[in-house]
Design a protein around this ligand. Sequence first.
Ligand code: SAM
Ligand code: SF4
Length: 328
Amino acid sequence: MTHAPALQDQFGRSIEYLRISVTDRCNFRCQYCMPLEGMQWLPKKDILSYEEIVAVVAQLAPLGLRRLRITGGEPTIRPDLPSLIRQLRAVEGIEDIALSTNGVKLPELAPALAEAGLDRVNMSADSLRPERIIAIARRNLGFNPVTAAMAAVRAGLSPIKFNVVVMRGINDDEVEDFARLTIDHPFHVRFIELMPVGDLRELTWEHVVPSEEVLARVATVGPIEAVEGPRGNGPAKYYRVAGGVGTIGVITPMSHTYCGSCNRVRLTADGRLRTCLYGDHEVNLRDPLRAGEPLEPLFRQALADKPKEHNLLQMKVGGLRALSQVGG
Ligand code: SAM
Ligand code: SF4
């Protein structure tokens, strides 16, 4: 079957990838993402039902949408996530469905998610040390990243990618430990530069560790070579420590932007289409959907307005909506 070519934005970027936030809530309070107090949660009536999310995807798939990522907030805390995956899987034209999760519920949910048609998982893992996991997530839920990732691998959800937000003086001394983990485990560890989004009261520019520094640390574990990334590779560049079964990647929103090849848009939990993570570029799809109006003209207009690039480097810490609110 031939699919429609993906729609292009005003800069010729083909838009085929939608990140769908299913909730703005979370069972963690990661230092770089959510403040401990004062979060304003969306009222339940404003949040798209699973049926509404599927209806949006069904209208966008004929316009060339191919790949989905379910995210949040923490998507696994929304009841019966497998039923959403199952319904999205049934939409014609959708080729790949991934999940971003903090991993806490993976041991319990991985088999049902895989059975429902989920393809793969990205898991946040900022530390391998129990006391530090609690300090960064500011919740003690007994989370063990390696156990959670192995549960996903056993369920057939692969490749499994780890997202590690590197913060100077907080977890940057674990870069080598994460690199060593890829020698024996089929994990793809991506080190992410801390971004100045949301209400980061305890974090400053001094906590940002550039990817060059991260790679220099990785190279102390063993010789590294640049390699092709795993399936579904987005903006990361990948490397392998000699003899490793997994890979290392770096995602560099701060030191090198990758906006030129950005193929993604986002759907917030309350049904707004955001064409860039940053700034005010959003279109309300929920109200027209609930009114029975077609979404295609709104989608076309949103793509025509997709900005060329973010301007994170000019932003002050705390000036933006947290990734948990926009569907990180
Ligand atoms: N709760 C899920 C999770 O943690 O993977 C999905 C949502 S979370 C907002 C998506 C990703 O955004 C995570 O990998 C997280 O590490 C990343 N993230 C959140 N705030 C960030 C920040 N200030 N800088 C860099 N990455 C951030
Ligand atoms: Fe929750 Fe993910 Fe944000 Fe951490 S990064 S607070 S797990 S949404």
